[in-house]
Design a protein around this ligand. Structure first.
Ligand SMILES: Cc1ncc(COP(=O)(O)O)c(C=O)c1O
Length: 407
């Protein structure tokens, strides 16, 4: 199989005199040369302010910008480009739904249902809406393997107005039963937001098949630049929502005391957008299509299964999340007995290995699991088994440096 490392210039970097082994793609993925070149081309040949003028560069910029919207629509199988809104990141997309939809639709006596495994972006935001509206914030809990049991769906009931759930947990690696959640929520006429930040880089998403009301993700976790995210919303819902941010481009007519707003999707895109990020997202989609999801999936599952198997063989490692490959993505969190995750990360860095340490923006989950903090290795299809060998071998070194034998 092709060595995809070659497509990613940064993977030639050395860290502390060692070949870089990047195992933190769940925090942000690296960018292939094709994405970087697309941004360079845009800046060299097309940069202008989209929708702002009729001169050639503004028109080229508009074309570059709007062609990505169509690309995203097709990629996710949304019905219309009116349903694709560019944001700064997944966090901003969730906030947009919270403030423009939920704040107006949720009231005291209602419930908002989320899972305990949500990233703070999809947790703190709903906590705020619950506080502002007096609604109850209700949690669905994972089992001791980090999976969401279907019995937890009974938390969704007639009082529920919003269900917000991650497609794949950034800590546990579990893929949640979003289809069942969406079905159950719609039975009680609740709206569903799926946080796809950890899903879109790894698996095809068909929004018409899923039938969720909102879906969000960030470009930087799927091989594009930082500064671009996407909110998908069903057109009929977005049509009735108030704008989130106000200013240029989101208006139709402005008078001294009144303003009428632009049509979808522009109503939700106030001010100049991060066009380079958006262009890079288009190039990232082209790149994923070239590599293909089946290849990404096969490679990532092979790496994850290999890493899990090797880690489980170490007596001082505890896996946080499903111990097997069922319904799981390319994220493996773990605790090294007796060693703080920050020490794990710092010592591994001496060998060029980058893993994440801490609470992973999921403090309630770690508290629930009674894990103080943990380390996380996350893989992308550009990683290799040899990299995993180095990473796992060096865990013995971590224990030794911290004063333990390897057992
Ligand atoms: C599951 C999940 N949701 C949301 C986010 C927030 O993404 P961003 O910081 O790009 O808005 C992340 C980032 O790690 C995540 O893993």
């Amino acid at each position: 199989m092709k060595n995809f490392r070659e497509d990613f210039p940064i993977l030639n970097e050395e860290v502390r005199g060692q070949k870089l082994i990047y195992l933190d793609s769940a925090a942000t993925s690296q960018r292939p040369l094709k994405v970087l070149e697309a941004v360079m081309k845009y800046d060299k040949e097309e940069n202008g302010n989209p929708h702002r003028g009729s001169h050639t560069l503004s028109l080229r910029a508009t074309e570059a910008f709007e062609s990505v919207r169509e690309k995203v629509r097709e990629f996710l199988n949304a019905r219309s480009t009116k349903e694709i809104i560019f944001t700064k990141n997944a966090t901003e997309a969730i906030n947009l739904v919270a403030y423009s939809y939920a704040l107006n639709e949720v009231q005291k006596g209602d419930s908002i249902v989320i899972t305990i495994a949500e990233h703070h972006a999809n947790l703190v935001t709903w906590q705020q809406i619950a506080k502002k509206t007096g609604a109850e914030l209700r949690f669905m809990y994972v089992d001791d393997q980090g999976r969401l049991p279907l019995e937890e769906l009974h938390k969704i009931d007639e009082t529920t107005k919003i269900v917000a759930c991650t497609h794949m947990s950034n800590v546990l690696g579990s893929i949640f039963p979003v289809k069942e959640i969406i079905r159950k929520a719609h039975e009680v006429e609740a709206k569903v937001l799926i946080d796809g930040a950890q899903a879109v880089p790894h698996m095809p998403v068909d929004l018409q098949e899923l039938d969720c009301d909102f879906y969000v993700f960030s470009g930087h976790k799927m091989y594009s630049l930082m500064g671009v995210g996407v909110l998908y919303g069903k057109e009929e819902i977005l049509e009735n929502m108030e704008p989130f941010l106000f200013g240029g481009d989101m208006i139709e007519y402005v008078y001294e005391q009144e303003t009428s707003f632009n049509e979808l999707p522009y109503k939700f895109e106030a001010g100049t957008q991060g066009v380079e990020g958006i262009v890079s997202l288009g190039a990232a989609i082209d790149y994923i299509r070239e590599v293909t999801y089946p290849v990404i999936h096969e490679r990532e599952m092979e790496l994850t299964s290999y890493a899990l198997q090797k880690l489980k063989a170490l007596p001082y490692i505890k896996i946080v999340g499903p111990p097997d490959m069922e319904d799981r993505g390319a994220v493996v969190s773990f605790v090294v007995d007796g060693v703080h995750p920050h020490d794990v990360s710092m010592i591994l860095d001496h060998y060029g290995v980058g893993v994440r340490a801490g609470h992973h923006c999921a403090q309630p989950l770690l508290r629930y699991l009674k894990v103080f903090s943990c380390s996380r290795a996350s893989f992308a299809f550009y990683n290799t088994k040899e990299e995993i060998d180095v990473f796992v071998d060096k865990l013995d070194e971590v224990r030794r440096v911290m004063g333990y034998g390897s057992k």
